[in-house]
Write a protein that binds this ligand. Structure first.
Ligand code: NAD
Ligand code: FE2
Length: 379
């Protein structure tokens, strides 16, 4: 019998237009907070996505301050600066509004303002000792699932990414509004959507912590995401497809927060850390070779996904569909297209081989030589 624990965000709202009444939705969680900080980035802010939500807070007589300095793959110093700005404002609650980068930043800002533990002591698994300020997350990409995960990933030093995973990173509320994702450009829709699929696949095949709840969520996620991705890419204004993408990403987030990701993410990290390839794209590029490598160890699990999603039978059903989808939505398939060359591979492979947080989750063991061969395969 499998022993497991399962945690998630306790309050999830899925509502087209829900962000326009964010203050009303959040009211029970904010208690007596009269000063709320929004953490976002310039792209999200200039697209006007915050405007209705900010208006709703002002109507409720709650003072708001917007910090839009978040950049992709949040660097540690940027997060510390955002926390300082939020502290100067006197924030009593934090709203992360955007893709994974603003949401992850908001999680850490909430923790830093909620107690006196330094960020440097939070890295790793279950190292966080403080409870954060009340935190509400509103995703504007359908990919990371960060709105329901206990994880934040920061860029530390010049090139490496480090994760913080602990229960205090769960938000008190996630508000999913498909309307916010209508203007997401096609290429970002494609890459972030495949990231969500990778979360579900890796949660379903995690050899240490997969469990009946994460399994059900991962399958439900893929059943929504696989048919919706091409539709959302072909017509960004397709609300039903956008809604399915957002739901699928959230379900996958719940799954991998409890049954974490493996070699695809481990191999994607150096692409982001060293070459600044966006997270979703990094995962999409390394996905096919890792699926093929893993198939001998988890043929049955890939076949179960294929059957559940109505794909061709066997592991080939899943692998072929992932390759077909990447081509159909115009995702790059080769490292050379991302400016990465043969000479870069040893350094990347060393980073991956040292990843003792994610590699042990992978269904098949892989060492330095395997990693080099997998990168070479997609050069
Ligand atoms: N915490 C987790 O569980 C978790 C999981 C996976 C990835 N991540 C992290 O999340 C980050 C990646 O997040 P992401 O893929 O969502 O991208 P992102 O947040 O970095 O955003 C990418 C770009 O999309 C733009 N954008 C976002 N929403 C938009 C919209 N609706 N319309 C137009 N433009 C929009 C942003 O302005 C930005 O330029 C990475 O740092 C990654 O490591 C975290
Ligand atoms: Fe991811």
């Amino acid at each position: 019998m499998t022993t497991f624990t399962f945690r998630t965000v306790p309050h999830i709202v899925f509502e087209d237009g829900g962000s326009e009444r964010l203050a009303s939705l959040a009211a029970p969680l904010l208690h007596h907070a009269r000063r709320v900080v929004f953490i976002t980035d310039k792209g999200v802010r200039s697209a006007g996505l915050l405007d209705a939500a900010l208006g709703d807070f002002m109507d409720a007589d709650i003072a708001v301050h917007v910090i839009d300095s978040v950049v992709a793959d949040p660097p540690e110093q940027m997060v510390l600066d955002a926390a300082e700005e939020a502290r100067r404002f006197g924030a009593q609650a934090v709203i992360g509004f955007g893709g994974g980068s603003p949401m992850d930043t908001a999680k850490i800002v909430a923790l830093l303002l909620g107690g006196d533990q330094p960020l440097s002591e939070m890295y790793g698994v279950d190292q966080v000792r403080v409870r954060g300020l009340p935190l509400i997350l509103v995703p504007t990409t359908a990919g990371t699932g960060s709105e329901v995960t206990n994880v934040a990933v920061l860029t530390t030093g010049a090139t490496s990414k480090r994760g913080i995973a602990a229960p205090p990173l769960y938000a008190q509320m996630a508000v999913l509004d498909p309307g916010l994702t209508l203007g997401l450009p096609k290429h970002v829709t494609a890459a972030t959507g495949i990231d969500a699929m990778v979360h579900a696949i890796e949660a379903y095949t995690n050899k240490r912590s997969k469990n009946p709840v994460s399994d059900a969520l991962a399958l439900a996620a893929l059943k929504k995401l696989i048919p919706a991705l091409e539709r959302a890419c072909a017509d960004g204004s397709d609300r039903a497809a956008r809604g399915d993408m957002l739901l699928g990403a959230m379900l996958a987030g719940q799954a991998f927060s409890n049954s974490p990701v493996g070699a695809v993410h481990a191999m994607a990290y150096p692409l982001g850390g060293i070459f600044h390839v966006p997270h979703g794209l990094s995962n999409s590029v390394v996905l096919p070779p890792v699926l093929k490598f893993n198939a001998v160890a988890c043929e049955d699990l890939y076949a179960e996904i294929a059957t559940h999603c109505g794909l061709k039978p066997g592991s080939a059903g899943l692998i072929d569909e992932m390759e077909r989808l990447a081509d159909a939505v115009g995702i790059e398939r080769r490292l050379s297209q991302l400016g990465i060359s043969h000479n870069d591979i040893p350094r990347m492979a060393e980073d991956v081989a040292a990843n003792d947080r994610l590699l042990p989750n992978n269904p098949r063991e892989l060492g330095y030589d395997d990693i080099v061969a997998l990168y070479e395969d997609i050069l």
